[in-house]
Design a binder for this molecule. Sequence first.
Ligand SMILES: [Fe+2]
Length: 200
Amino acid sequence: MQVSAIKFPYTTSVVNKSQFDAHITLYEGYVTMTNLTDKTLATQPELQTASPSGGHYRGWKKTETYAINGIILHEMYFQNLGNCKTAPGKNMQAIFDKYFGGFEKWKADFVACATSARGWCILVYEQRTGTCRNILLDLHDEGHIAGAFPIMVLDMYEHAYFMEYGTNKAAYINKFIDNYPWELAEQRADIVGAKFQHAL
Ligand SMILES: [Fe+2]
């Protein structure tokens, strides 16, 4: 099945349009790669090359999850690039209070987590222990907790901010938080509650 890129209009004040447009081009590349991977594995899997050391089959299987995660995470990221000065809603305030000891403590940890990340910083709901955590990924497919649901997704690859912010990573992280579209986080938290049937 072919997948298509979502068209994201430029509405955010977190990054400028040049930075945004360049990033969209990279996102579209993951869509193209996913379609190529699916076609290759369907028509030329070359199963006889299967090996943990490398080779055709392993290479495409590694590309499969890398590219799909690249799509999913970038779409959640572009959706939560905001331009508003609102406050966290009921769900999110409950998450910050229950799992982090309040918004400011969550924010301090999220900033530290993002600063430490080479790829992504994500606030997730993790179903095994029933907690929300800030986690970091160094690659699209490295650092996930199996089955954890993303609520807030921040791209910390340098390609996400370096054109505009250079080495001022802190400014980018704080701009992301300060402009966060909290109503979207409320919706994602609602999904978590329905999906896992846990009270957040
Ligand atoms: Fe990215």
